[in-house]
Design a protein around this ligand. Structure first.
Ligand code: ZN
Length: 512
């Protein structure tokens, strides 16, 4: 065995152990949201902090840097999409990012995050933007400082980001650039705004009433479990529990945890929430276990992750073919609540489009306008084109312009999301990227697989799951998100497939 091969094997062994440390942090995090007694919070903060520190120290050790440098000058990287090249290239990206920030800045950021988030919780409760404003200002200054560190770091990658915003976006969607997103989002917005105006012009309907009858909690849970299992989530390698904020945690091979919450006066929250998280879960379960801990065994980006959840939640889970199979089961299970309801009525209800104030409650069409607004405002804030003083006014103006709604107070306006208070600037666009990629992949799957909807109608979701596994899940970080989409669909990212889908949604939602 050559020396460089030995070095590579050592790097992989090291990354796998670091991956194990990360998964220990994952178990602690899941437990904190699902099981931890209140009085255990301080202990848990200590435990999680220690694991995070050990993880960071291990990953940023000079040893990793030496191994990477040795491998980069070797002949092992000849095939750019081979395992070795992918693992070395992607580890280098993460390593440079993790070692660039001075410890003193990291420390200041984590302290400010705690205060900023506390201020945000208070401010939202009282709808008092003035209470949050100075902290948002501090947070933005720190994010500029952080971004500047990435920009001025060395390295010879030709595709390095060149703006403050791109430097932050890189942390969530590697290789993506705001300029590309602005082009695709503008296409999307140009078609969405008039479509939503047209729908709003039809007047209010009470078609969604059927979704707010009484759905017993236990029945909801069993039905959601049945659906998650049917689309292929492996409950022997995963769980479904309850938490205040639903999430999916891919702890590692054989252990993927989903959570949801149940409300007896709502069908949609838990059911579509579970399909969404199960979509994330299927991605984790489809990652190659033998590559655990290394880039070849890791998800590509937040946008691609979200494409998996949105596909199962919206494109499959709200589709007619899906309900051809599940509707009789729902009627049987929920008896009185659904008695006398036709499947067409049901389809109308789950596709209803209506402009509203809150992002997380928005339907799949208006949702993207909430995101585009945040994407534009956070760039302007970061680059100093919008002052924190002017944020609420600008927010409200855009809500009126794009969605036709009046924002009554900042709690239901610019204070509604946690992201900015936690320093997550550059995160929002990945949600709409997920919708765009989902629509693009789903159109391709329908072309590649014959009679996909016939299969769904018979309750057979295996062909789609296997297609996703082969094309996306098993690839790890072999390709960037954009390369992956190009490779699978032959097209660059575009708004067209999502708009085709949303026009259909508007039609079904407006038909009742
Ligand atoms: Zn998601």
């Amino acid at each position: 065995m050559s020396n460089t091969q030995k070095t590579y094997d050592r790097l992989v062994t090291e990354l796998k152990e670091i991956g194990l440390l990360g998964s220990v942090g994952g178990v602690l995090g899941w437990d904190e949201q699902v099981l931890l007694p209140d009085k255990g919070r301080e202990l848990r903060a200590g435990q999680s902090g220690l694991i995070a520190r050990l993880h960071h120290e291990r990953f940023t050790s000079p040893l990793i840097g030496q191994m990477l440098a040795e491998l980069e000058s070797s002949g092992l990287l000849a095939d750019p999409h081979g395992d070795v090249a992918v693992n070395v290239r992607q580890t280098r990206r993460s390593y440079d990012r993790a070692t660039t920030l001075p410890a003193e800045l990291v420390e200041r950021m984590s302290r400010t995050e705690v205060h900023c988030q506390q201020a945000w919780v208070e401010a939202r409760k009282k709808s008092d933007y003035g209470h949050f404003k100075p902290w948002l200002e501090k947070m933005l200054a720190l994010k500029r400082e952080e971004a500047q560190c990435y920009l001025s770091a060395g390295g010879d990658q030709s595709d390095r980001p060149t703006t403050l915003y791109d430097a932050l976006l890189e942390g969530f969607e590697p290789g993506e650039r705001a300029e590309n997103l602005r082009r695709v989002f503008a296409e999307l917005r140009a078609e969405l705004v008039p479509l939503i105006e047209e729908i709003a012009g039809r007047g209010k309907s009470d078609s969604a009433e059927v979704l707010h009858r009484r759905f017993a909690r236990d029945q909801q849970e069993q039905f959601a479990r049945e659906a998650a299992a049917k689309i292929g989530f492996d409950f022997e390698a995963g769980r479904l529990d309850v938490s205040a904020h639903p999430f999916c945690s891919g702890i590692g091979p054989g252990d993927v945890r989903l959570t949801t919450r149940y409300r007896e006066d709502s069908f949609t929250d838990a059911f579509f929430g579970v399909l969404h998280e199960a979509g994330h879960g299927l991605y984790h379960q489809g990652l190659p276990a033998e590559h655990f801990g290394t880039p070849c065994g890791s998800p590509v980006s937040l946008g691609i992750h979200e494409s998996q959840s949105r596909m199962w939640e919206n494109l499959v889970g709200r589709g007619r073919a899906f309900w051809n199979y599940f509707w009789p089961k729902a009627q049987e299970r929920f008896g009185a609540a659904l008695a006398g309801v036709s499947m067409d009525q049901w389809m109308g209800a789950i596709h209803r489009v209506e402009p509203s104030l809150i992002r997380v409650e928005a339907d799949e069409a208006t949702y993207n306008l909430h995101i585009i607004l945040r994407f534009e405002l956070e760039q302007a804030l970061l680059h100093g084109d919008l002052s924190v003083d002017d944020l609420p006014g600008e927010w409200n103006r855009r809500m009126k312009q794009d969605l036709g709604v009046d924002v009554p107070d900042d709690a239901r306006g610019c204070l509604q999301d946690i992201h900015w208070s936690g320093g997550m600037i550059g995160y929002f666009p990945t949600y709409t990227l997920g919708n765009l990629y989902a629509a693009q992949f789903f159109e391709q799957a329908k072309m590649d697989l014959s009679d996909l909807e016939g299969h769904f109608s018979r309750g057979d979701f295996v062909p789609l799951r296997e297609w996703l596994r082969e094309k996306i899940h098993s690839q790890g970080k072999r390709y960037s998100a954009r390369e992956l989409a190009q490779k699978i669909t032959g097209q660059d990212l575009s708004a067209a497939p999502l708009m085709r889908h949303l026009r259909e949604v508007a039609q079904i939602g407006g038909a009742v």
